[in-house]
Design a protein around this ligand. Sequence first.
Ligand SMILES: NC(=O)c1ccc[n+]([C@@H]2O[C@H](COP(=O)([O-])OP(=O)(O)OC[C@H]3O[C@@H](n4cnc5c(N)ncnc54)[C@H](OP(=O)(O)O)[C@@H]3O)[C@@H](O)[C@H]2O)c1
Length: 254
Amino acid sequence: MASLKDKIVVLTGASRGIGAAAAREMAPDGGHLVLTARTPDACEETKAAVEARGSSAECHGFDVSDPDAARAFVDGVLDQHGRIDVLINNAGTNVMGPVSEVTPDRYSSLLMVNVMGPYNLIHAALPSMLERDAGTIINITSVRASMPDRFYAAYCSSKAALISMTQCLHYDLADSGVNIFAFSPGLTNTDMVREIYAVPAFRASPLRPEDGQPPERPGKVLAWLAREAPADLAGQHTAIQFNDITLRAGLEGA
Ligand SMILES: NC(=O)c1ccc[n+]([C@@H]2O[C@H](COP(=O)([O-])OP(=O)(O)OC[C@H]3O[C@@H](n4cnc5c(N)ncnc54)[C@H](OP(=O)(O)O)[C@@H]3O)[C@@H](O)[C@H]2O)c1
């Protein structure tokens, strides 16, 4: 089995939810995890958990929607560590509501985080990956990209854009040793989902946040994806609950 031992792994959105769980699941490999959120302090708890499980870690704070901040962050990691082996674009946000409430500014802010955030980091990190002809990029998207719903226009369209971006970049990277993946975790009980279900329109949903899987489950699959970077999934939209991915990742019995 592949391992993240001695690998430099950048993980955005590492303070909470799926990102924090993925960091904990990757930690036993003995790599170095570069954890980010909007503030460095937000990642301290994840850092402590990672260090207790066998990897070294560091915390950074910046807004992924800011291209200059993303570039300064990537340049700093490259200066300090010389390379980025794995880039996981997990940070994301949500805006729900009718068009009368979701103003163009709010919609634009969401796109800046969910679409431009990954692009900013990829744009900054990719040249160094191409120079080494090695690297793994994982974009966290959502099955909501193809499951339209009331009041969900901003979020669903942002995740659809991220899938399309991933699929296109896969072609750009075809002759290189850099692989790119789009990964959808499935309904997971996190702050984001609790906020979505607090929106009155969603109280009618048959689902509740508690029906979501614990973050550890997509965290384990994400750790597997980061380790293995399976060639057959590169450029694909991989939704963990709709195929044999959890089986391949070792979560289910055969
Ligand atoms: N939960 C689900 O059911 C589900 C399903 C499908 C896809 N996803 C996707 O999975 C990813 C993680 O979601 P989650 O449920 O774990 O969310 P979460 O618990 O709300 O955590 C969001 C993470 O993103 C970071 N973040 C948000 N905005 C940021 C910004 N502008 N700049 C930098 N970091 C920012 C947050 O950092 P701070 O602590 O600093 O705010 C936090 O670490 C997201 O991309 C989400 O769209 C989730």
